[in-house]
Design a protein around this ligand. Structure first.
Ligand SMILES: [Zn+2]
Length: 407
């Protein structure tokens, strides 16, 4: 046997350890910040004000990005958040940028904060170099509680006269603080409200699962289930191509071009919403049913460079799905184990641990030479992830266990 697979007593010990770990998690996590999004329909006055605010924030962001890049090239240093904030008043008094004074200064400062975070993410290797914000496409600005007034259940933005006409799709929980106003590519407006919430973890479940993410089946599980990948982009591809072609034909700057652009954006939004709904249902179910979920840590960004599969990979949305699993696991007291993406899950026999020298991508089924088990490629990968995940987890557990007499 090449891999140490868990024998009976080890498995039981592991179970006990998992339960102990969950109890700890239970105590640890109590409050989370959750964002609620509500759609609103602005008045003409608010629309104008918001358009101006989006424009000013974009200007400040791009101005600061330009300044930072240029001064880094010249001196090897660049001004930080505080220094940039200190330059804002001077900008407002200069005649060519005096219009900056017409909008609330809160979102302007917040866009400098966003830029700051973009650089932190860049230097931490999590993101690419910050890019300039564009006029077209989705816009968003961040306010703080100071830039809103909240009176009799009505929300009014700084420097506008009336409250926002919010469509309360669900009642607003007490204690929410407004944060972001956004306009999507379709032209719909949203306000998001942040709320600190207590989440009750789900009752501990004895189930553990390994999952393999794929293109034909979005998810294959160690329990033998295959969940369809609905391919929403592919479904709408013809409609989208037609709308894009129509958009490209319209004269630049014309009303009809703008209409055509919105039609394209609407199709994209529909695809995105459907995909997200589907992913939420699936991730919630997996989290609900299982205490431990073992999954491959994907480098989706690297895969998006794959020339022939790029569209299909973008359409399946693994990155977003993993993100949902991760935060839901944290919310509900589950354990998500991410397995190194170089682990040869498909090539490892989940029954005996034999590792194949190679397995071509188009081979969907294979038989293990060592133990004779006939495998479905994806289901076997899911089972290998489960075994590997539990092995990693047990190893970590025994490390921690040396300090804990109960495990
Ligand atoms: Zn085998």
């Amino acid at each position: 046997m090449k891999k140490a697979f868990l024998s009976g007593w080890r498995r039981e010990g592991l179970c006990r350890f998992l339960f102990a770990a969950c109890e700890k998690e239970w105590e640890r996590m109590s409050k989370i910040k959750r964002a609620y999004h509500y759609r609103f329909v602005p008045t003409d006055e608010q629309k104008t004000m918001l358009a101006r605010t989006f424009g000013c924030c974009r200007y400040i962001y791009n101005w600061a990005l330009n300044l930072k890049s240029a001064s880094y090239r010249e001196t090897g240093k660049s001004p930080g958040f505080a220094a940039l904030c200190a330059m804002l008043p001077a900008l407002k008094t200069q005649p060519e940028t005096a219009w900056l004074a017409e909008v609330s200064s809160v979102p302007l400062q917040q866009s400098l904060r966003h830029l700051d975070r973009a650089f932190v993410n860049f230097f931490a290797g999590r993101a690419s170099y910050p890019a300039f914000k564009k006029k077209h496409g989705p816009q968003s600005v961040t306010y703080t509680a100071a830039a809103f007034t909240w009176k009799d259940g009505q929300l009014t933005l700084a420097k506008t006269d009336g409250p926002l006409a919010i469509r309360w799709s669900r009642p607003l929980p007490d204690g929410a603080t407004p944060s972001t106003i956004s306009r999507d590519a379709v032209g719909r407006y949203f306000v998001s409200l942040l709320l600190e919430e207590e989440i009750t973890p789900l009752p501990v479940s004895p189930e553990r699962i390994g999952i393999d993410l794929g293109l034909t089946a979005l998810v294959s599980t160690s329990g033998g289930e295959k969940v369809d990948n609905p391919k929403y982009l592919a479904q709408e591809e013809k409609k989208l191509a037609r709308a894009q072609k129509r958009h490209a034909k319209k004269r630049k700057g014309s009303r009809n071009r703008e209409k055509a652009r919105r039609r394209v954006a609407r199709i994209h939004a529909r695809i995105r919403d459907k995909r997200r709904d589907y992913q939420h249902q699936l991730s919630t179910r997996l989290i609900r049913e299982n205490q431990v979920i073992c999954v491959e840590s994907l480098a989706v960004k690297n895969m998006l460079q794959h020339p022939t599969l790029v569209k299909a990979i973008a359409d399946v949305g693994w990155g977003e799905f993993l993100r949902q699993l991760e935060y839901k696991a944290q919310w509900y007291g589950r354990t998500l184990i991410k397995i190194d993406r170089w682990y040869p899950s498909s090539k490892t026999c989940s029954v005996c641990g034999e590792v194949l020298a190679s397995l071509e991508l188009d081979v969907r089924e294979w038989t293990c030479r060592q133990c004779g088990t006939h495998h479905d490629r994806d289901l076997n990968a899911a089972r290998s992830f489960l075994a590997e995940g539990l092995r990693v987890y047990a190893a970590e557990g025994s490390l921690q266990g040396s300090r804990n007499p109960h495990s």
